[in-house]
Design a protein around this ligand. Structure first.
Ligand code: IPE
Ligand code: IPE
Ligand code: MG
Length: 246
């Protein structure tokens, strides 16, 4: 029996976030250029999306490119952006077949115009799909997202639209890029790194963290199902006692 069959379909996380890490090392291990790893990482994305759709997961959010990643060698950045354009273009049919709605969060204006255009087109084409919401965190920084929310809220206070005393968690969340989505219950990071790397800092306050040493291009839906199964074995107490939550 595979992991898929052991999953309790009534206890699924509504939102799963993934830090897809290890493409470069995967390629290096094979004596190839880093970009070879990124190309193979796309196959993992396709497989995991398929697995998530199969389980009827509502939201899947993938860390695809951070604002810090802009500091990588120009050749790698250019290659990643080109890969993004061709992948998004190729995947549209698949998204339509699977009823997946594409979404993106981050400083998208920084993307090369061609990439931004392809992304906007795919978002538009899939806008009426009612299945899983697939969000790509692109040119994304959680600290910038938080600062962006703070600025909007401050300006509302400034022009009298909002009272300082009325600022609460709900209002704050409404001003994050993830507005309208539930917070991720499960965060997966591949490649054996134990850090968050500026990803969804506010949103993962109570997420269950799952780390695997598998490099992203080796990660497949079976690994994804294994992570969900691990999640289902945990007791989420939210500050209470075990007796209280049981
Ligand atoms: C993740 O893999 C993909 C991106 C960050 C774009 P990496 O490229 O970070 O691979 P490693 O961590 O160097 O192996
Ligand atoms: C995080 O991976 C960003 C993405 C997966 C897109 P990095 O490889 O950039 O993270 P660090 O630099 O190792 O923390
Ligand atoms: Mg990395």
């Amino acid at each position: 029996m595979g992991y898929r069959d052991k999953i309790n379909l009534l206890k699924l996380p509504r939102h799963i976030a993934i830090i897809m890490d290890g493409n470069g090392r995967w390629a290096k291990d094979k004596g190839k250029l880093r970009i070879f790893g990124h190309h193979n990482g796309v196959l993992s994305v396709r497989d995991v999306v398929e697995g998530a759709v199969d389980l009827n997961i509502e939201y899947l959010t993938l860390y695809t490119f951070s604002t810090e990643n802009w500091n990588r060698p120009k050749l790698e950045v250019t290659a990643i952006m080109e890969l993004m354009v061709s992948t998004i273009h190729k995947e549209i049919d698949n998204f339509m077949k699977k009823n997946v709605k594409l979404n993106a969060i981050g400083d998208l204006d920084k993307l090369p115009p061609k990439c931004h255009k392809e992304l906007n087109n795919a978002i538009e084409v899939t806008a009426n799909n009612t299945g899983m919401v697939l969000t790509l965190a692109l040119s994304y920084s959680s600290r910038l997202e938080i600062l962006h929310a703070v600025k909007i809220i401050a300006s509302k206070v400034n022009n009298g639209e909002l009272n300082v005393d009325d600022i609460n968690e709900d209002i704050f969340e409404e001003n994050l890029f993830t507005n309208g989505m539930p917070n991720p219950e499960l965060l997966i990071r591949t490649s054996g790194e134990f850090r968050i790397s500026n990803y969804l800092l506010w949103q993962i306050a109570y997420a269950e963290l799952y780390f695997t040493t598998k490099l992203w291009p080796d990660f497949r839906k079976e690994d994804f199902f294994e992570a969900i199964l691990d999640f289902q074995k945990r007791e989420r107490r939210f500050g209470m006692t075990s007796e209280q939550v049981n």
